[in-house]
Design a protein around this ligand. Structure first.
Ligand SMILES: Cc1cc2nc3c(=O)[nH]c(=O)nc-3n(C[C@H](O)[C@H](O)[C@H](O)COP(=O)(O)OP(=O)(O)OC[C@H]3O[C@@H](n4cnc5c(N)ncnc54)[C@H](O)[C@@H]3O)c2cc1C
Length: 591
């Protein structure tokens, strides 16, 4: 396995699965594990017992809990020590998010506080602004909110209408911001406004500034404990010292901060999934029907295995990404005045992976929660058990931090931009796949191999090739017009997401089995087959469906797909049984 330079974004499409080691949960340090457990204890002791009160928006409760999290250091995980934080890595920060998500309203409030409400100041603020705001945000003494969306502009964030007009050294802000999380109790608002009509610019606005007010609480389907309101700005005088970054560069702040929010959302979905799986497993173990425990019905076991495979895939993808970020950020010189600019460049390099995690996490957790609810039968539909609230709370994950449609389009869109800029040498791979198809030789699945991962690796590589085959055909047909072919881009995104999932799982299981052996690693090997076969089967199906649209001679293209993805005989029922047995024996998700 290669250990040389850290691969850049989307390198997984170029490199063979498991050809280089990746960071995995098995490599969490004691300190990372300790922060996860401390956060779990905090949630169990301070937050979950008051879930009902949070959901009824008891006045002052959420700010108080945020303050308690701050006292424990949980709001300053990746903030430098000089501003009162702990200066730890992205992996630890993601782990804390994973543990907090079990009370989603609290998790959104702290997620805004530590992410979109703090990072703009940390990354783009002046020294004076950092000193002025960060220490209080890290302790939770002051609470922040992020004001990008407006009634008329959500996905089209740069179409915002809020204005900022210079008046001497100050700025006068006018406009309405929509859907602002934490608005009901925030002290500090990160506000985006237009200067001179179209110079998108960021400001720090304090709640005490005259002319700042908030609308009524939105009546939401879920996240009922989270404050979501309009923030109304009427002739608000903002000192010049509160301009964040540069005039006309607000989009750089907005989009880079969202990249961080996206991968963190994906990883927090892992925490929600594990929590729901544990509840479903416990319930299915206790409840009997037909004199049989639910957990002993194969149909229920299959659900549990399905939930576990989605969680395992998302977890493998998420921590692989934080590992890459940490490795690259660790190498930067912290004393360099441009340190944060370089750190942002690193995160931007993995924008494709960040969008992949946003979509994978938010949609994966929907499936996991749905299966968990079904396992509870009628009781799952009531608020006596936690799944009902979790289902409602999780739906918005597909809407905020960029809708899943926007994120899906960003995945192939950013990929093509990286190829054009010469940052990703994809074309030789696309051409090699074309040549392989032209040769007329069918790929041969390694059915007789002694290597227990040979088949999973084969399916992952072929799923990648099918994806590249379609990408080549799509570029050839549409060239520069490809970015307008949204239906095509959405399918291409799904193909890339599945490839990243299979590639991450195969790499992780390869490392795990090298350490514990194939016998003990049998459940993980089953997971590798399940996840890679899904990518393999789904990508071939998607490609066949697109052939009619992309090719002059669709049957010839389908013939090419058949060569790349021949039938592979697998016993996935046995594999899912193995995973479910492991879950039931362990009594929880533990791989
Ligand atoms: C509970 C909650 C909390 C939130 N918190 C915050 C916050 O703290 N700060 C903040 O700034 N915002 C926040 N938001 C706003 C959120 O980011 C937006 O709702 C989101 O960006 C979508 O914008 P929209 O609602 O205006 O939908 P629209 O942009 O109108 O989208 C509607 C539909 O059209 C699709 N669509 C839009 N554009 C395109 C396109 N170009 N191509 C194809 N399809 C498209 C979308 O995917 C979606 O399906 C929050 C929202 C909610 C619900």
């Amino acid at each position: 396995m290669a250990h040389d330079e850290t691969p850049g974004g989307a390198a997984f499409l170029l490199e063979a699965a498991a050809s280089r080691s990746i960071f995995t949960p098995e490599a969490f340090s004691e300190e990372q594990q300790m922060f996860f457990e401390t956060t779990q204890e905090f949630m169990a002791r301070e937050v979950m017992p008051v879930n009902e009160r949070i959901e009824h928006m008891e006045e002052g409760l959420l700010p108080k809990l945020i303050g308690k999290a701050g006292q424990m250091g949980l709001l300053g995980i990746d903030i430098p020590e000089e501003y009162g934080g702990l200066g730890l890595d992205k992996t630890t920060s993601a782990l804390v998010g994973e543990a907090m998500v079990i009370q989603a309203s609290f998790a959104v409030a702290t997620g805004v506080q530590t992410g979109i409400g703090t990072l703009p100041i940390l990354i783009f603020g002046s020294d004076e602004q950092k000193q002025r705001y960060l220490p209080d945000l890290v302790t939770g003494k002051r609470i922040s909110a992020y004001c990008l969306s407006e009634p008329g502009s959500g996905s089209d964030a740069l179409g915002a209408k809020t204005t900022a007009v210079r008046d001497g050294d100050d700025w006068i802000l006018n406009g309405v911001k929509q859907w602002i999380s934490n608005a009901g109790f925030a002290d500090i608002f990160i506000v985006f406004a237009q200067v001179d009509g179209d110079k998108f610019t960021c400001f720090v606005v304090e709640n005490g500034f005259e002319g700042v007010s908030t609308g009524a609480e939105e009546k939401k389907m879920g996240l009922k404990g989270s404050s979501t309101r309009q923030v109304i700005l009427e002739d608000v005088r903002v000192p010049g010292a509160n301009l964040l970054g540069e005039i006309g560069r607000g989009h750089v702040i907005a989009f880079n901060i969202l990249n961080i929010g996206r991968y963190k959302l994906g990883i927090s979905a892992v925490g929600a999934g594990k929590y729901a799986l544990k509840h479903a497993l416990d319930y299915a173990t206790d409840r009997k029907q037909f004199d049989t425990r639910l957990v002993d019905f194969p149909a229920i076991r299959e659900k549990l295995a399905r939930m576990a495979s989605i969680i395992y895939a998302t977890e493998s993808m998420g921590y692989r990404l934080t590992g890459l970020l940490d490795e690259r950020i660790e190498r930067l010189d912290k004393r360099d005045p441009a340190h944060w600019k370089h750190a942002v460049d690193v995160i931007k390099d993995y924008a494709i992976e960040a969008s992949i995690l946003k979509v994978q996490g938010s949609e994966g957790v929907s499936v996991v929660l749905d299966e968990a609810l079904q396992t509870f039968g009628g009781y799952g539909f009531t608020s006596d058990y936690p799944i009902e609230q979790m289902v409602r709370d999780s739906r918005v994950n597909r809407i905020f931090e960029g809708t899943n449609e926007i994120n899906r389009m960003l995945i192939p869109g950013t990929l093509l931009k990286r190829v054009m800029k010469g940052q990703l040498n994809l074309m030789p791979r696309v051409q090699a796949v074309g040549a392989e198809v032209k040769s007329g030789d069918a790929a041969t699945p390694p059915l007789e191999s002694d290597d227990p991962l040979a088949l999973a690796r084969f399916m992952t590589e072929q799923a990648k090739k099918v994806c590249l085959y379609i990408a080549g055909a799509a570029v050839q047909k549409y060239m520069a017009d490809l970015d307008r072919q949204q239906e095509l881009l959405m399918v291409m995104a799904d193909m890339i997401i599945d490839v990243f999932a299979a590639d991450s799982v195969v790499a992780r299981v390869t490392q795990r089995v090298a350490s514990i052996g194939a016998e003990k690693g049998a459940p993980q090997l089953a997971l590798a087959r399940i996840v890679s076969s899904e990518a393999y089967r789904r990508n071939a199906e998607r490609a066949r469906e697109l052939a009619g649209h992309l090719a002059h001679k669709p049957m010839r293209m389908v013939g090419g797909i058949d060569l790349l993805a021949p039938y592979v005989p697998l016993d996935l029922i046995a594999d899912r049984r193995l995973v479910a047995d492991h879950l039931v024996n362990a009594g929880r998700y533990r791989f």
